[in-house]
Ligand binder design. Structure first.
Ligand SMILES: C[S@@+](CC[C@H](N)C(=O)[O-])C[C@H]1O[C@@H](n2cnc3c(N)ncnc32)[C@H](O)[C@@H]1O
Length: 793
């Protein structure tokens, strides 16, 4: 655990503005990177609804029923394990079985999946890169993204998690039959589902026994959370193998240390009853028996439109961020959910639900239905009722029977006010955030009867879930301050840089106003008065920080990034937008805070510490102003500059281009950390580096790993493997016994010890599966050898 190598910001005398840098956790904290940790969970509805194991990708349609994704599983060596077998892995590749699995497959394609990385069904990256690739109309296949329906990747490793292709660090779906492994599966390290700390598989963390669960846990965390477990004292595989050796005994000992348990994801937190998998199986069997009939087809179509509210009562819905699961009927009031996901009672306040595509959601379909019924009852004839994607006002007002817009009366003032609020809260953010969304349409607000009925309680009133989210959720609390908060102990404060009014300080020679060529501005200082400004006491134009001339802004949710800050007014280029305010702390205190926060809030991905100068930092977690909400972008509209105001450094955030009202503000965090590439960036910019990590400390312009680099690495590995495969000697034993890769591995002597060990650890007790295990091991060792060769040359 090293020290942060964060570069500190100091006033420059070169006249060049210096970027302040955000402080990411140091190595110590990096080991506990929340972004990374959180990605190890993905919403799981029911094991029986786990995604298609037929590797590459599918998606879509909104049924929560389909959102189920089984998560990580045991040892990485088990890539093609019994887990996969039970889920049909490989069956799609054999012609005969393909048909058999088609209906199952079809259901799986009907799912809406949540990406394990960004926790969204659709993320900014996919949309943006897709648009770019469209607009470039590139003919280079490597530059083209796959079609949207192909934009998910399923990890073929132990975790089976699902990622958007860009979120997985790739530009497109790997065009190969080789397995694709996510970062965790490649490293053979998974985060404990309780504490989110990473550990080595089968050494520090152990998998849930449920064969398609795949969550990992520390033994100590199981104890803390009162999860019962036992040890495997009687391993059948060992006892059935050839003669017992001392190695066998060692192995037995190791195996005996593996805790066996079923994790809390398989039991309702509220009623403690289990998931009714059996119920599922029976129903599937019944469906299969009718599969040829047309009614069955209808049912299948119906199933696509199922939502969380229509699912079977026995099914468990797991929190997006932890193993806590509930039946729909057991969801506690403090939990939050919509048709795609559930946030448990512990994560409901601190985390957000994925965004809903309202044009394709159950919510909107229900509204449509209710709308039609309402029109029918009231004998209202209307034109086309087509919905436009994202136009909440259309849904919220004219198309929703619980809102006005259906009759010919005028609205009264109360109703107008209500409509105004709904329009303001629901429509504006969407309209400004996504360019594709047109501005709010003028709603023909004529009826008063509907609203009256709603207000009188005669009609049920229900705000759509995402609107509720928008209206009711508030940014996390913090104490608002109007200037930097220094330590009470003066010895813990940064030293003053220059005393104003001494001969050390030069006066600027500006005559009209202090603009770009002002001496103070060039030396990154503000004019403060006659002592350093030729214009004296007047507002010369270089005093915005001192005078706190900030832009009017408002916190708003920013897709995939939590809360962001949007400007309410036009900002011309070069203007001060906000000052980054918080508590001024020294290096030791910063380290202490980052570590203890991580320990106490392992699932919080947000960091608020920014370098100030001379070993001091600004921590905006508890005491802050609005600037704490500004998110990172690799193509930002602002930059942070450290400015000397009356001898003290302050971090001003300045616009670097014209910014329109409603636009989200952003600057480049330059997260300065050795493991900065763990901080996945979701800015969606064309030049996105893929992470929030900054450039090298030495000023080198080397970019951190991006999806392009990841792809290049992937291609290089693929080429290497293909060449190695060509030169591979196929031994006689190989042809006789498909699972064998070693001449000593014969049927008589049984599998090699290392394969037995893998089989035991991975719970693969089928002989034929060892082939997959050995393939994986040999592929891995070839890659390792390659890495060693590359290092030595
Ligand atoms: C200073 S906070 C910004 C406000 C924060 N989004 C919130 O909800 O309070 C920095 C955190 O925001 C998130 N964030 C900011 N920019 C991001 C980006 N481009 N992609 C992903 N996450 C981002 C990260 O969790 C980061 O640690």
């Amino acid at each position: 655990m090293g020290k942060s190598d964060s570069t500190l910001t100091a006033p420059s005398t070169t006249g060049e503005l210096l970027d302040s840098e955000f402080v990411a956790p140091t190595d110590k904290e990096e080991g506990m990177d929340d972004m990374e940790k959180e990605q190890s969970f993905i919403q799981n509805v029911s094991p029986s609804e786990s995604p298609s194991p037929n590797r590459k990708r599918r998606k879509t349609i909104s049924t929560l029923e389909g959102v189920g994704v089984s998560r990580s599983s045991p040892n990485q060596n088990d890539v093609p394990s019994s887990t996969n077998e039970s889920r049909g892995r490989g069956e799609g590749r054999t012609g005969g079985r393909e048909k058999k699995n088609k209906s199952k497959q079809q259901d799986k394609e009907d799912m809406t999946w949540i990406c394990a990385e960004c926790k969204e069904a659709d993320c900014g990256l996919v949309t943006k890169q897709q648009t770019l690739s469209d607009s470039n109309n590139s003919t280079d296949p490597s530059n083209q993204l796959s079609a949207p329906e192909d934009s998910f990747l399923i990890c073929d490793g132990a975790c089976h998690r699902i990622f958007h292709v860009p979120c997985a660090g790739l530009s497109k779906i790997p065009d190969t039959e080789d397995d694709w492994l996510c970062k965790d599966c490649t490293r053979k390290e998974h985060a404990c589902a309780f504490c989110s700390q990473y550990g080595s598989d089968f050494v520090d963390v152990f998998p849930c026994q449920d064969e398609i669960c795949g969550l990992f846990f520390h033994e100590s965390c199981l104890q803390t959370h009162h999860v019962e477990y036992e040890y495997d004292s009687n391993d059948e595989t060992l006892s059935t193998t050839a003669k017992s050796t001392s190695e066998d005994e060692d192995l037995e000992e190791e195996v005996a240390k593996i805790p066996l348990f079923t994790c809390p994801a398989h039991q309702c937190w509220t009623c403690t009853q289990k998931d009714m998998i059996q119920l599922e199986k029976e129903e599937e069997a019944a469906q299969r028996s009718q599969s040829s009939s047309s009614s069955a087809k209808k049912n299948k179509r119906k199933k696509k439109k199922q939502s969380i509210f229509q699912s079977k009562s026995g099914r468990l819905f797991q929190c997006l961020y932890c193993p806590t699961a509930y039946h729909v009927t057991c969801l506690p009031p403090v939990s939050r959910f919509h048709e795609l996901a559930v946030l448990c009672h512990e994560h409901a306040m601190s985390h957000r639900l994925p965004e809903l595509d309202m044009s394709d959601s159950i919510q909107s379909q229900l509204e449509d239905k209710a709308d039609q019924t309402f029109r029918r009852i009231h004998g209202i004839r209307t034109g086309s009722n087509k919905r436009k994607k994202g136009i909440l006002s259309v849904r919220g007002a004219s198309a929703n029977p619980f809102f006005p817009g259906l009759r010919g009366d005028r609205l009264d003032s109360k109703e107008l006010e209500m409509l105004r609020i709904v329009k303001e809260t629901a429509s504006v953010p969407e309209a400004t955030e996504h360019e594709s969304i047109t501005t709010v349409e003028t709603v023909s607000v004529q009826s008063s009867s509907t609203v009256s009925m709603v207000l009188d309680g005669d009609l049920p009133f229900c705000l759509p879930v995402d609107m509720k989210d928008e209206v009711y959720s508030k940014p996390p609390p913090y104490i608002h301050i109007q200037s930097l908060k220094y330590d009470a102990d003066k010895s813990n404060r940064p030293k003053k840089i220059l005393s104003t009014g001494t001969e050390e300080q030069e006066k600027c020679s500006c005559t009209k106003s202090c603009s770009d060529d002002c001496f103070n501005r060039l030396t990154m200082a503000e004019c403060t008065g006659p002592a350093n400004c030729n214009l004296g006491a007047t507002d010369c134009g270089n005093r915005s920080l001192g005078k706190r001339q900030f832009v009017k802004c408002q916190p708003k949710r920013e897709r995939g990034k939590g809360w962001g800050l949007a400007t309410l007014e036009f900002i011309p280029k070069g203007k001060l937008v906000q000052e980054y305010m918080g508590e001024v702390i020294n290096e030791a205190e910063k380290e202490r805070r980052l570590i203890s926060w991580n320990e106490e809030h392992p699932n919080d991905p947000n960091f608020y510490v920014m370098a100030l100068s001379g070993g001091y930092y600004v921590d905006a977690r508890e005491y802050a102003n609005l600037a704490r909400f500004i998110n990172h972008s690799c193509d930002p509209n602002c930059k942070v500059s450290s400015i000397n105001v009356k001898g003290y450094i302050r971090n001003g955030i300045y616009s670097i281009r014209d910014i329109q009202p409603g636009e989200f503000l952003s600057y480049d965090y330059h997260f300065d950390t050795k493991q900065g590439d763990r901080f996945v960036c979701r800015c969606g910019a064309a030049n996105c580096r893929g992470t929030m990590k900054g450039h090298g400390k030495d000023g080198s312009t080397k970019q951190p790993a991006t999806w392009k680099e990841a792809k290049a690495r992937y291609d290089a590995d693929k080429k290497f493997l293909e060449e190695a495969e060509k030169s591979r000697v196929v031994s006689l034993v190989d042809t006789l016994l498909p699972c064998a890769e070693h001449p000593n591995e014969t049927i008589a002597s049984g599998p090699l010890l290392k394969h037995r060990r893998e089989a035991i650890c991975s719970r693969i007790f089928l002989w034929r599966n060892l082939k997959h295990g050995s393939d994986f091991v040999s592929r891995n060792s070839r890659l390792e050898k390659k890495a060693v060769v590359a290092k030595t040359t």
